[in-house]
Design a protein around this ligand. Structure first.
Ligand SMILES: [Zn+2]
Length: 227
């Protein structure tokens, strides 16, 4: 059965269709709950953009998991694969129709943000067990409605911290645009500047779109996918 484990900040482990996927694996942040060296049996590391708090511990994890590949927008995947010294371990894709990965589909979509390497993205990981949209770092954008219509994500992982991304108010509107079954807040509390409060997000979503379930995970929590 699939699960979603939260490592804090924007770092998640998805277990979908018997594949282990890490997204934006920055584990060594101020709310750290796991050493990167303890993360094993990884199939894919997906990066949404090139900021340090999203590339995070990807290189260490990829070195410790020699079968794992990095999946990201073209320039970023190449950059990481080059750092690993193995161009074959980078799967560079771009915005648009999904990349096909051994049974999973992975679609990169725009994010309203910046990135030092390639364009900033969100990503939708589609398996038989669930479709999960990790929005990356982003402000709200009307494209989220289209993303929701095309990919129909079951679960949306949305930044709520404010300052660099959406805050709870914007993220609640984003939830209304995307219409997932479940929304999980991320990118808050890691630093004082990320002030967004998950309980406020939950309250606002309950008001705006009461049929969406908000699941608040603390760093280290695992949620068994239950749709
Ligand atoms: Zn960023």
């Amino acid at each position: 059965m699939g699960y979603i484990k939260y490592y804090g900040h924007s770092a998640f482990e998805l277990y979908l269709d018997s594949k282990k996927i890490l997204i934006d694996p920055w584990l060594t942040h101020p709310l750290k709950v796991e050493e990167p060296s303890n993360v094993k049996d990884v199939d894919y590391v997906i990066l949404t953009h090139g900021h340090d708090d999203h590339i995070g511990d990807a290189l260490d994890i990829l070195k410790n998991n020699p079968k794992a590949k990095v999946v990201a927008i073209f320039e970023l995947a190449n950059y990481i694969a080059e750092k690993l010294g193995d161009p074959g371990r980078g799967i560079g894709a771009n915005m648009g129709g999904p990349a096909l990965l051994d049974g999973l589909k992975v679609a990169f979509v725009p994010a309203n943000h910046s990135s030092p390497i390639g364009e900033p993205t969100g990503v939708i990981v589609m398996g038989n067990e669930a479709k999960v949209y990790h929005a990356g770092d982003t402000g709200i954008m009307s494209e989220m409605e289209l993303i929701g219509k095309i990919y129909r994500p079951d679960i949306a992982l949305l930044p709520i911290g404010g300052h660099f991304t959406m805050d709870p108010v914007e993220a609640a509107y984003a939830t209304e645009l995307i219409k997932p079954k479940v929304a999980i807040p991320m990118h808050y509390k890691t630093f004082p500047v990320l002030y967004g409060n998950p309980e406020e997000f939950k309250k606002l979503v309950n008001e705006r779109v009461p049929n969406v379930k908000v699941v608040v995970l603390n760093p280290g929590d695992t949620w068994k996918i239950d749709l």
